[in-house]
Design a protein around this ligand. Structure first.
Ligand SMILES: [Zn+2]
Length: 85
C-alpha cells in the first residue's frame, strides 16, 4: 500500500472518477501496454506497486513474475501524479 505521512497527505486529493477518467482509473492495464498517465500502479494479482511514467510501457512478464502462482498480472492506477509539461 502506498504510504504518506501527516505532512504529505495534504498533497493527495480524492477526486471523482469522470467519464474520461474511467478509461484510466477503471481499467486493468496489461503487461507491456502503454502507460496512459503517470502515477503509482498496483498489480491486481500480487499487490506489488510500481511507479510508471506516461508513454512508457508497463513491465514485461519477465520483469514482474508471480512465483509459482497463476494469478494474472494487471496494473491498476491507485495514485495519479500531476506533472507539468
Ligand atoms: Zn503481480
Amino acid at each position: 500500500m502506498a504510504l504518506v505521512i501527516d505532512e504529505t497527505a495534504q498533497y493527495l486529493k480524492k477526486t471523482p472518477m469522470s467519464v474520461l477518467g474511467s478509461a484510466v482509473w477503471g481499467r486493468i492495464h496489461a503487461i507491456g501496454s502503454t502507460v496512459p498517465v503517470s502515477g503509482i500502479y498496483r498489480c491486481e494479482g500480487c499487490g506489488d506497486e510500481i511507479t510508471s511514467n506516461k508513454g512508457t510501457e508497463f513491465p514485461p512478464q519477465n520483469k514482474h513474475q508471480h512465483p509459482g502462482s497463476a494469478a494474472n498480472i494487471g496494473w491498476r492506477l491507485i495514485v495519479q501524479t500531476q506533472t507539468k509539461g
